[in-house]
Design a protein around this ligand. Structure first.
Ligand SMILES: Nc1nc2c(ncn2[C@@H]2O[C@H](COP(=O)(O)OP(=O)(O)OP(=O)(O)O)[C@@H](O)[C@H]2O)c(=O)[nH]1
Ligand SMILES: [Zn+2]
Length: 198
């Protein structure tokens, strides 16, 4: 998925971040004035604002912006939604996939809005467990469906590049509401997200 550039950055925020990243580069033993690093504080300041833009976005408004009356009442699953987030402990990336389902109750939403809601909560300082719940709650409150299911599978760079240094561990978190609290519905969802199309 191509990411749109943020059109305008908050000048005061960018300025403050630039100052602190310049200082960080210095403290790490590098020369912030050498050619390759000259523009780095500004780049990082903008990158970090991009990666945390979820604070400026309202998941419920996104879902409501494409909420349609519809009598379809089977499971709707959007799976393999890639996500990139930052762990709130080390501010290092964690990344993976979200699988989201809901069972409509008179209303459906635009499929892209489900993926957008994942981004709204991923682009913050997060823990995987909270993000999983926040996605569920936003969909539950906006669409008031018969149930919501969210499964997230992710790898955490803070466990790979540093710390315990485990390269292959994947963390899975899940949250279920309404009909997905029933074992059979939950099993159907879990089976469907494991199925490959081809
Ligand atoms: N539950 C949860 N923990 C996370 C997540 N992202 C990172 N962590 C963990 O947060 C914990 C922070 O633990 P601390 O002991 O305070 O930090 P630390 O000394 O850097 O820990 P190590 O990573 O074990 O070196 C670590 O165990 C991380 O693996 C997340 O999304 N959910
Ligand atoms: Zn971490």
């Amino acid at each position: 998925m191509a990411y749109k550039k943020i059109e305008s950055y908050d000048e005061a925020v960018t300025g403050g971040l630039m100052e602190s990243y310049r200082k960080s580069i210095e403290l790490l033993g590098e020369n912030p004035d050498r050619e390759g690093l000259e523009k780095t504080p500004e780049r990082v300041a903008k990158a970090m604002q991009f990666l945390t833009q979820g604070y400026q976005q309202d998941a419920r408004a996104i879902l409501n912006s494409a909420k349609f009356k519809e009598s379809y009442s089977e499971m709707v699953i959007v799976k393999d939604i890639e996500l990139y987030s930052l762990c709130e402990h080390h501010m290092l990336p964690f990344f993976g996939k979200a699988h989201v389902a809901y069972i409509p109750n008179g209303h459906i939403t635009g499929l892209s809005k489900i993926a957008r809601v994942v981004d709204v909560y991923a682009r913050r300082l997060q823990v995987q467990e909270r993000m999983t719940h926040e996605i569920l709650e936003a969909i539950q409150e906006s669409l008031q469906p018969q149930g919501v299911a969210v499964v997230i599978e992710a790898q955490h760079l803070c466990m790979m590049m540093r710390g315990v240094q485990k390269q292959n561990s994947v963390t899975t978190t899940s949250a279920f509401s309404g009909q997905f609290e029933d074992g059979r519905t939950r099993e159907e969802f879990l089976k469907l997200i494991r199925n490959k199309l081809s």
